[in-house]
Design a protein around this ligand. Structure first.
Ligand code: CA
Length: 303
């Protein structure tokens, strides 16, 4: 064997290995959360993630549902797009990965059409509501927070939404979205669409329900990078959780769905989708790696 042919063989072997790590049986559909579409658009929401998955052999689709609306309205929009993806790809099912409100949106589709869904993965998913949404609706636990703190949280939330929406006005149906994302709204939604949701306060949910596999992970560090402009806002909104572990917008326990891979990465709600443009904690596993690992997990599960 010549030196050149040995090199070519090594290159081929290397690319074959790297090219199939994320090669799931069913296409991966990334489902966005509530914010960001005026500025960053659906393609850039999961920053650098689709390209990384595709480089590893996954078929990846991005969808666009209402930036702000109820889980059910967004879920119906997602279902329509899932059917289109199935028709276009020839696949029998999809793997849904949803961030933030993208999780309950995906759960809706898996609940009403489990025959079309192989798995649902929740990333920082608002599965049991958010104390920040509760506060925005004026639901405040009695005596828990001072007015000064409430004002700080409201200011932080306003600043965060302003930053991620590029200063646009209230998107679509913000009130419907906030109600869905509240604790009360989530309880109601979970009663109708319970698959994968833990029945205990902070445990795991069923790993499989009606033939669909459920997984979740999340961060639990609101402030992670000095250079990221959204971090000060998330540090303020994190005050809504009165000390409970959270990613700035969602408590760790609320993110649990099915098999909990981990709920305390050093990531905030934006880091979970590798935002803002890759500014994340320097000494934590890269968020993109977590998506690749999940694709590999799905692949190994035959999904
Ligand atoms: Ca960040």
């Amino acid at each position: 064997m010549t030196w050149l042919s040995a090199c070519l063989l090594a290159l081929t072997a290397g690319s074959a290995t790297a090219g199939t790590y994320s090669q799931t049986k069913y296409p991966i559909v990334l489902v966005h959360g509530i914010f960001g579409f005026d500025k960053i658009g659906p393609v850039e929401y999961f920053y650098g993630i689709p390209s990384a998955l595709r480089a590893d052999g996954a078929k990846v689709y991005l969808v666009q549902v209402s930036a702000a609306n109820s889980h059910e309205v967004r879920g119906e929009q997602l279902l329509t797009q899932v059917k289109q993806i199935l028709a276009a790809s020839g696949a029998a099912k999809v793997n849904l990965i949803g961030h933030s409100q993208g999780s309950p949106t995906s759960r809706y589709v898996a609940s009403v059409r489990p025959d079309l869904v192989a798995s649902v993965t929740s990333v920082g998913g608002v599965n049991k509501g958010s104390a920040v949404a509760d506060l925005m609706l004026g639901v405040v636990p009695p005596g828990s927070l001072s007015n000064t703190v409430l004002v700080s949280i409201a200011n932080g939330f306003g600043a965060f939404m302003h930053l991620v929406s590029g200063g646009a006005g209230p998107a679509q149906d913000s009130l419907a979205a906030t109600k869905s994302l509240s604790t009360a709204g989530s309880l109601k939604f979970n009663a109708a669409y319970p698959e994968g949701v833990p029945t205990t306060a902070c445990g795991e949910g069923a790993y499989t329900a009606r033939g669909v596999a459920y997984y979740s992970w999340s961060g639990a560090k609101p402030y992670t990078n000095f250079f990221d402009i959204v971090d000060p806002a998330l540090a303020l909104t994190s005050l809504a959780f009165s000390g409970a572990r959270n990613d700035g917008l969602v408590s760790s326990c609320s993110t649990h769905l099915g098999r909990v891979i981990r709920d305390n990465y050093r990531m905030n709600h934006a880091d979970e989708i590798n935002q803002t443009i890759g500014l994340v904690h320097l000494f934590e596993t890269n968020p993109v790696t977590l998506y690749r690992q999940q694709a590999n997990r799905l692949k190994n599960a035959g999904l």
